[in-house]
Design a protein around this ligand. Structure first.
Ligand SMILES: Nc1ncnc2c1ncn2[C@@H]1O[C@H](COP(=O)(O)OP(=O)(O)O)[C@@H](O)[C@H]1O
Ligand SMILES: Cc1cn([C@H]2C[C@H](O)[C@@H](COP(=O)(O)OP(=O)(O)O)O2)c(=O)[nH]c1=O
Length: 249
């Protein structure tokens, strides 16, 4: 059954088994640079707060709080020699940033109904595979899965959202942001139109395959209220997840 409004589900929406403990639902928002992720998380959070849900948010990379995140960001702006030239080295930096946030994520999940992440493991999968001209079924995506969910033990998201914004629009938004805020100058990935195109393609493949969890694909004009209402349905209000194994919101 198709999901309502602008939500497009890959292979149907899966609901999650009821856990024995009260933990929140972990939702990761993915998309290209400038897609509007930060804006959407802020708007959805406001709607969920207003609905009385306990909401936590966390942005990756954790700039200013993680040396790995800062090194990666500086590398994308030309520092640290040939660091940014290595696809695997960059992915390890982003992965170690996330690894350092495991305790914080556990705390958020213990105290919230919904935890919204602005970028997560799939960012590494999509950008790295795109840099290597691979698809979602390639070696790199498997390497990321094994590194982050296997070796580093990161929690799997219950749901992943892909904000599917055309590259030209995302670029226009990123450039608009750059002109408003000098600290958001475009980095090496953002300036590379071909990389953004390929990254979008890998994201669509990951979503179609429901990689690591169910995915919802969101259109550029997604209404934050509609999204918040659909997210709220994943949670029965007690911090426990819905009981249906499969269904649509
Ligand atoms: N739905 C939207 N319509 C118009 N402009 C938007 C929309 N969402 C975001 N923007 C603008 O686009 C720019 C990039 O948005 P941002 O949320 O920072 O993207 P991201 O976090 O995906 O890089 C910002 O200047 C923001 O104000
Ligand atoms: C979090 C993350 C980001 N990236 C990429 C996506 C972006 O192009 C870049 C920087 O992340 P981004 O979220 O865009 O940060 P900024 O606030 O500087 O715009 O790093 C990865 O390749 N892997 C990751 O795990």
């Amino acid at each position: 059954m198709a999901s309502p409004g602008p939500l497009r589900a890959g292979r149907g929406i899966a609901f999650f088994p009821v856990g024995t403990t009260s933990v929140g639902t972990l939702v990761a928002l993915e998309g290209l640079d400038g897609a509007g992720k930060r804006t959407l998380v802020t708007a959805v959070r406001k709607r969920l707060d207003e609905a009385g849900l306990r909401v936590g948010t966390l942005d990756f990379p954790r700039y200013g709080r993680s040396v790995h995140a800062d090194l990666a960001s500086e590398a994308l702006k030309g520092a640290h020699g040939d660091l940014s030239g290595s696809v695997h080295a960059m992915a390890v930096m982003f992965a170690l940033d996330r690894s350092g946030a495991i305790a914080e994520m556990s705390e958020l999940l213990a105290g919230c109904d919904i935890v919204l992440l602005d970028r997560y493991v799939a960012s590494n999968a999509a950008y790295g595979a795109a840099r290597l001209h691979q698809g979602a079924d390639g070696e790199f995506v498997d390497w990321v899965r094994e590194l982050e969910y296997g070796r580093l033990g990161l929690p799997r998201p219950d749901l992943q959202l892909y904000l599917d914004v055309p590259v030209a629009l995302a670029e226009q938004r990123a450039r608009g942001r750059e002109s408003e805020d000098a600290s958001r100058a475009l980095d090496a990935y953002e300036r590379d139109r071909g990389l953004q195109e390929r990254t979008g393609e890998v994201y669509r493949q990951l979503a179609a395959a429901d990689w690591m969890s169910p995915w919802w694909v969101l259109s550029p004009d997604i209404d934050p209220l509609t999204l918040a209402e659909n997210l709220a349905l994943l949670n029965d209000g007690t911090g426990r997840r819905g009981e249906k194994e499969h269904g649509t919101p």
